[in-house]
Design a binder for this molecule. Structure first.
Ligand SMILES: NC(=O)c1ccc[n+]([C@@H]2O[C@H](COP(=O)([O-])OP(=O)(O)OC[C@H]3O[C@@H](n4cnc5c(N)ncnc54)[C@H](O)[C@@H]3O)[C@@H](O)[C@H]2O)c1
Length: 259
C-alpha cells in the first residue's frame, strides 16, 4: 500500500481517555483528521461533550462523548460496552488521562501518592485491560499509552516523585502488554512527551521565571511543544504505518532526554 495511505484511519474507531482537553483533545483531533471516528472518554462530561461536538463539526467524523472515571472499573467496562454497542468494535485506544501533584517526597502524604498512582498507572491498566479484552476478541487493535519523559528522567526543579514513578510504570506496563498481546495482533506503544504548552501550562510559559528557565535550559530546542505536535506520532502509532512498532517508547520532547 502507498505509504501515505497507510496512515489513513477511515472508519476506524478510537477511544481517547482524558480527551476533553489538553493533549488528549489534540490527539483526538489528529486521529479524526486521518478519518477515525472518535470517542471522548473523560470525567468532565460537559467539556467532553463540547470537544466531541467540535471535532464532529470540523472533521466530519462520528463522535461520542462518554462520562468515564478511568479509575472506576465499572465505568471503564461500561465505556467498552457502550462503544462496542454503538460502533461494533474498538480499533484504537489512546490511554491518556493523567495528573500530577508537586510535593517534596519527604512531605508527600500517602493519599497524594495514591491519587497520582491510581489515575496514572492503575487507570491506564484498567482501561488497557478492558479494551484489550475486546481487542483480543476482535483479533486486532492498537493501544497508545501516554507516559512522559518523566518516566525516563527526574524533572528539575519541581518535586513530583509519584508522577515520575507512575510514568515509569506506564512504560513497563506498555512493554509487558506488548509482550503478552503481540500474539493477538495488538500493538501497544507509549509516547513520552516533554514540556508541552497546553491551556493549563500556557500561563507559566508566558510568565517565565526560574522554573521555566530550567525547563527550557534543559530542552535543546529551547521551547515547549505544542499539543498538535503529538498528532503525527499518534496517527502513525494508531495506523498501519507502524505495523512493526511494538512495546516502544517514543519521546517527543524537543531533545530533553537526548542530553
Ligand atoms: N502537558 C504536558 O506537558 C505533559 C507532558 C508529558 C505527559 N503528559 C501527560 O499527558 C496526559 C494529558 O495531559 P494534559 O496536559 O493534556 O492534562 P490535562 O489536565 O489538560 O487533561 C487531562 C484530562 O484528563 C481528564 N481526567 C482527569 N481525571 C480523569 C479520570 N479519573 N477519568 C477520566 N478522565 C480524567 C481531565 O478531565 C482532562 O480532560 C497526562 O497523562 C499527562 O501526564 C503531559
Amino acid at each position: 500500500m502507498n505509504i501515505l495511505e497507510q496512515f489513513r484511519l477511515d472508519d476506524k474507531v478510537a477511544i481517547v481517555t482524558g480527551g476533553a482537553m489538553g493533549l488528549g483533545q489534540a490527539m483526538a483531533t489528529a486521529l479524526a483528521q486521518a478519518g477515525a471516528n472518535i470517542v471522548i472518554a473523560d470525567i468532565r462530561e460537559d467539556v467532553a461533550e463540547a470537544t466531541a461536538t467540535t471535532i464532529r463539526e470540523t472533521e466530519q467524523v462520528k463522535t461520542t462523548a462518554l462520562k468515564v472515571d478511568v479509575t472506576n472499573p465499572e465505568d471503564v467496562q461500561k465505556m467498552v460496552d457502550d462503544v462496542v454497542e454503538e460502533y461494533g468494535k474498538i480499533d484504537i485506544l489512546i490511554n491518556n488521562a493523567g495528573m500530577t501533584i508537586n510535593e517534596k517526597a519527604e512531605d508527600m502524604t500517602y493519599e497524594q501518592w495514591n491519587k497520582v498512582i491510581n489515575l496514572n498507572l492503575n487507570g491506564v491498566f484498567l482501561v488497557a485491560q478492558a479494551v484489550g479484552r475486546q481487542m483480543i476478541e476482535q483479533g486486532y487493535g492498537s493501544i497508545v499509552n501516554t507516559s512522559s519523559m518523566s518516566g525516563i528522567i527526574a524533572n528539575k526543579p519541581q518535586e513530583q516523585c509519584s508522577y515520575n514513578a507512575s510514568k515509569a510504570g506506564v512504560i513497563m506496563l506498555t512493554k509487558s502488554l506488548a509482550m503478552e498481546w503481540s500474539k493477538y495482533n495488538i500493538k501497544v506503544n507509549t509516547i513520552a512527551p516533554g514540556y508541552m504548552k497546553t491551556e493549563l501550562t500556557k500561563p507559566f510559559f508566558e510568565q517565565g521565571g526560574a522554573m521555566i528557565d530550567d525547563w527550557m535550559g534543559f530542552t535543546p530546542m529551547g521551547r515547549p511543544g505544542l499539543p498538535e505536535e503529538l498528532g503525527g506520532i499518534v496517527v502513525y502509532l494508531a495506523s498501519d504505518a507502524s505495523s512493526f512498532a511494538q512495546g516502544s517508547v517514543f519521546t517527543i520532547d524537543g531533545g530533553y532526554t537526548a542530553l
